[in-house]
Design a protein around this ligand. Sequence first.
Ligand code: HEM
Length: 251
Amino acid sequence: RKTSNKNLPPALDEHEQTVDLNGEPRDYIDCMLQERSRNPQLFTNRHMIRSILDLFLAGHDTTAVTIEWAFIYLCQHPEVQRKVREEITNVVGKERPPALSDRTRMPYTEAFIMETQRVANTVPTGVEHVTREEIQLGGYTIPRGAQVISLLMAVHMDEKHFPEPEVFRPERFLDDQGRVKPNRALMPFSVGKRSCLGEALARAELFLFVTALLQRYSLRFPDGLDHDLSCNQKKMLVREPSPYELVLERV
Ligand code: HEM
């Protein structure tokens, strides 16, 4: 057992002492420690702490809060909830949990998640980026070194791309045959080289969580209560709904 390093957060210290550098990694921290044992110059402890923090900050709240919005829309639009459940029943049934391989056969559910991300705008802006050189954009000159923040929410609420943008309507992402109709203006994960690194993981989580829950439960607001859709103002970066109650009934 190595000597304990008091300068490290306890979780990292514990991992450093117990990791099997050549064995099966137990988790993300073990993977990083194994990688560094092969190439000590790769990153410092500070890098490792930051990258774990990134996973929590960028990876947890964003997806969890999008799911919170999805539940609100399902309660506000019982017809949408009925159609998603119908698709789950037809494609997955009740005998096994939904799997990612079901996704391509569930266009309505996909469209529902797309519409949820468009209207919820959980991450309303991109992260700040800095221009490396002067550029012309839409008739404006942006100087080198300027901080640029994209307003993704403005695109999602632009009626040029999404007619009646305030209306929640998954069908806008379906063609006449009921197949998913992508729209380039839907960009909840931003676009370009620095777009969200966790997009595939987040989309998988959204699909699996929503379908697994709706397979077993119907959702509604408690009688007489409607959610006012106000946002938690204390949260920065992420648009979170204020707390609400849900009734889950076994189906
Ligand atoms: C529904 C869930 C999520 C949404 C809406 C979302 C959205 C975003 C957005 C808008 C950006 C900024 C991109 C830009 O500035 O151009 C971003 C960056 C990022 N996201 Fe996500 N994200 C989600 C989930 C996740 C997950 C699950 C992870 C990791 C496990 C993750 C990791 C990251 C990282 C590392 C960046 C920075 C990428 C870079 O700067 O190169 N995100 N995300």
